[in-house]
Design a protein around this ligand. Structure first.
Ligand code: F6P
Length: 321
C-alpha cells in the first residue's frame, strides 16, 4: 500500500501520514511513502516506512513527504509511467491525501488502471463534498482569527477600515467562519453576492451608528471587486471619511502546528482509510459527518459541491448591525 500528499499542503497532513503508517504496521501491511505527490509517483520516489519513520510529526505543519501540483499526471503518458512504477514495486493500493484536484487525478487513474484508491480530504479550503470538515481547515481558521484579532488592534487605534483577504480558492468557508469568529463587520464570499452598493450602504450605516473602525473579510474567490485592492480604492472613493488599508494574509494560513481538532480528525481518517482498504472498500473518500466517519464514492466527492453554512450566513448578517 502506498500513499502520497498532493496539491496545497494543509496542517494535519503529517498527522494523517502517521496514522496511515501506524495503522498499516498494526495490520501487517507494508506502508510505502511516495514523495512529491503525483510527480514522485511518476518518478518512482518511493520509500518504505516503519512505525518510527513517523515519530515526532503529529504536531508539525506541512507534509514531510512533500507535495506538488503535477501537470505530468494530467497526461496519459505520465499516468502510464506512474502505473508501471506501482507494478514494479508490487504496490496494490493507493491512498491520496489532498483536495479535489488530487481526487480527480486518483479517479481518472483508477478508471484507467483499476488500482484501488482511497481519498483523504486535506485542504484548508474545506471545499470538498462528502465531509463537513477537511484536515487543515480548523487550523487555518485559528491562524486567520489570530491574525484578524491583531489587525483589529491597529484598525481601532487608527480608526481605520481594513479589507482582509483570506484564502479559500472558489469557496468562502474560511472567510465566513473567521469573519463570524473575529466579529467582522462584513464578510464577502463568492457564494453570496453582496453587491458594491449594499457594501457601501452597510459601511455608511456602521459609521453613522458610531463604529470608528471596521473589518471586512474578503474571500480570495469573491468577485465583488476586481481584486481586494481595487475594492479598497472603490470604497475610499465613495466613502472619503474612511481611511482604508488592505491586508492579504496569504500562505501563513497554510502553515503552523495543527490544532487538536485537526490532529484527531487526521488520525481518525488515516485509520479509517486502512480499515476500508482491508474491507475491500475503495474508490471512496473518507469523510466526517455529525462526528462519525463516513465514505463517499470518489466520483461524487469530485463532482459534488460543498455547501456554505446558511445558519452562519444569517448569524453574520445579524451580528453586523
Ligand atoms: O487549495 C489551497 C490553497 O491554499 C487555496 O486556498 C489557494 O487558492 C491556493 O491553494 C494557493 O495555491 P499556491 O500555493 O499554489 O499559491
Amino acid at each position: 500500500m502506498a500513499f502520497l500528499t498532493s496539491g496545497g499542503d494543509a496542517p494535519g497532513m503529517n498527522a494523517v501520514i502517521r496514522a496511515i503508517v501506524r495503522s498499516c504496521i498494526y495490520n501487517n501491511i507494508t506502508p510505502v511513502a511516495i514523495y512529491k505527490g503525483y510527480d514522485g509517483l511518476i518518478q518512482g520516489e518511493f520509500e518504505e516506512m516503519n512505525a518510527r519513520s513517523v515519530k515526532g510529526i503529529i504536531n508539525k505543519g506541512g507534509t514531510f513527504i512533500k507535495t506538488a501540483r503535477s501537470s505530468e499526471f494530467k497526461t496519459k503518458s505520465g499516468r502510464k509511467k506512474a502505473y508501471n512504477n506501482l507494478l514494479d514495486s508490487s504496490i496494490d493500493a493507493l491512498v491520496v491525501i489532498g483536495g479535489d484536484g488530487t481526487f480527480n487525478g486518483a479517479h481518472i487513474f483508477n478508471n484507467e488502471y483499476k488500482i484501488p484508491v482511497i481519498g483523504i480530504p486535506a485542504t484548508i479550503d474545506n471545499d470538498i463534498f462528502g465531509t463537513s470538515h477537511t484536515v487543515g481547515f480548523d487550523s487555518a481558521l485559528n491562524t486567520v482569527v489570530q491574525a484578524i484579532d491583531k489587525i483589529r488592534d491597529t484598525a481601532s487605534s487608527h480608526n481605520r477600515l481594513f479589507f482582509i483577504e483570506v484564502m479559500g480558492k472558489d469557496a468562502g468557508h474560511i472567510a465566513l467562519n473567521t469573519g463570524v469568529a473575529a466579529g467582522a463587520e462584513e464578510i464577502l464570499i463568492p457564494e453570496e453576492n453582496l453587491g458594491l452598493r449594499r457594501l457601501i450602504k452597510s459601511l455608511k450605516r456602521s459609521k453613522n451608528t458610531g463604529k470608528s473602525s471596521s473589518i471586512v473579510v474578503v474571500a480570495e474567490g469573491d468577485k465583488i471587486g476586481k481584486n481586494v485592492f481595487e475594492l479598497k480604492d472603490y470604497v475610499e472613493k465613495h466613502l472619503p471619511d474612511y481611511e482604508a488599508r488592505v491586508s492579504v494574509l496569504g500562505h501563513i494560513q497554510r502553515g503552523g502546528s495543527p490544532t487538536c481538532f485537526d490532529r484527531i480528525l487526521a488520525s481518525r481518517m488515516g485509520v479509517k482509510a486502512i480499515d476500508s482498504l482491508l474491507k475491500n472498500k475503495a474508490q471512496v473518500m473518507i469523510g466526517i459527518k455529525n462526528n462519525k466517519m463516513c465514505l463517499t464514492p470518489l466520483i461524487e466527492a469530485v463532482k459534488g459541491k460543498s455547501k456554505i453554512d446558511s445558519e452562519l450566513l444569517r448569524i453574520s448578517d445579524i451580528m453586523s448591525i
